[in-house]
Design a protein around this ligand. Structure first.
Ligand code: MRU
Length: 330
């Protein structure tokens, strides 16, 4: 059954606490902008499009609380996570409406509807790419949990499967937070889509031994030239895919494209707590005095991308600048 990661009802933002999956499905009810900011920071809600939508509702809750200006509420939410541009797009959509005297909740609802609609169109646009690719590899979670409904990378997989393709999905476990093993596998299992979770360092083996027909991932921020940030480890998969002649696709709604950024060099990369690397499920793995580094994202150069799967179709990196300029004019 299709998943919905978050929804607004009765003055609260409801969201599935992604930290608890797959063991438990716990729904959090958030009634304040600070609670939404904390949920984003601690990754109770995560995934670029989903944090954009959650932040949009956070702005609407701030307006309801009655003690914040639009700018103050936006500042609280912007400070949560730096890499996914969707966060800033979602905040801005509601900040502008609120500052213009429009209804902030209506603006948040409209933003959510736009993202959900774009994810459905990404599914339709990307499914033909997978018509002959029976074995697909994905990294992290770019499914319904990351996008509110349906997904970005998982959307073409869902549509291709519904159209009769016999797909098998290799799911990178995605250390350190395990979005692949915990979340993507959970989504695929619910829909009975055949898959296997693999250790992150096994992807090269499967790509090199001819057992992957295509790679499809989501993104957190895509620069005008097609360089893009995604979950740490994506760069390695892209390089190994190219080395082995396997097409590599990036699926994203328009909110993930940062048309104002010419290349990926200046994309801010979030560094998260050392404990995420040093511990597993709260248990220390490394010696007590060992330190860790924990960049949450890497930036993959555009030359490794076979195509961006957008709501309007598949766009080659070399055509992306023109496509974004056309959108800005329309
Ligand atoms: O740190 P996260 O889990 O919020 O990061 C999300 C990702 O990087 C996902 O891979 C995804 O592709 C972007 S959201 C569809």
């Amino acid at each position: 059954m299709a998943v919905r990661a978050l929804w607004y009802r009765g003055g609260s933002l409801h969201l599935i606490d992604q930290r608890r999956l797959p063991a438990r499905t716990v729904v959090l009810r958030l009634r304040s902008v600070r609670a939404v900011a904390e949920a984003i920071r601690t990754m109770a809600v995560r995934g670029a499009p989903a944090i954009g939508v959650a932040a949009a509702y956070g702005m609407a809750l701030a307006a309801r609380e009655g003690r914040f200006t639009p700018e103050r509420a936006a500042t609280i939410l912007r400070a949560t996570r730096p890499t996914a541009v969707d966060l800033f797009v979602g905040i801005e959509a509601v900040r502008r409406a609120w500052a213009n005297g429009e209804d902030p909740l209506a603006a948040a609802e409209a933003y959510r509807a736009r993202i959900v609609d774009e994810c459905h169109r990404i599914g339709a646009a990307g499914a033909p790419l997978l018509a002959r690719a029976t074995r697909v590899l994905t990294h992290c979670n770019a499914g319904a949990l990351a996008t509110v409904e349906w997904g970005t990378a998982l959307a073409p997989i869902r549509v291709a499967r519904d159209r009769g393709a016999h797909l098998f999905v290799w799911v990178d476990e995605t250390r350190p937070v395990l979005q692949g093993a915990r979340l993507t596998a959970w989504e695929l299992e619910r829909e009975r889509i055949p898959h296997a979770v693999i250790a992150d360092n096994a992807a090269g083996y499967y790509l090199h031994s001819g057992q992957v027909d295509a790679v499809i991932v989501g993104a957190d921020r895509i620069a005008r030239n097609g360089d893009f940030a995604n979950k740490i480890g994506t760069y390695e998969k892209a390089v190994v895919a190219r080395e082995n002649g396997v097409p590599f696709y990036v699926a994203a709604p328009w909110s993930t494209f940062d048309a104002g950024r010419s290349t990926g060099r200046s994309i801010p990369v979030e560094e998260r707590a050392e404990a995420e690397v040093l511990e597993l499920a709260g248990r220390r793995l490394a010696p007590t005095r060992s330190r860790a580094r924990n960049p949450a994202f890497d930036v993959t150069p555009a030359r490794y991308v076979s195509g961006f799967v957008t709501p309007e179709g598949v766009v080659r990196p070399s055509a992306l600048g023109r496509a974004l300029a056309r959108r800005a004019r329309s």
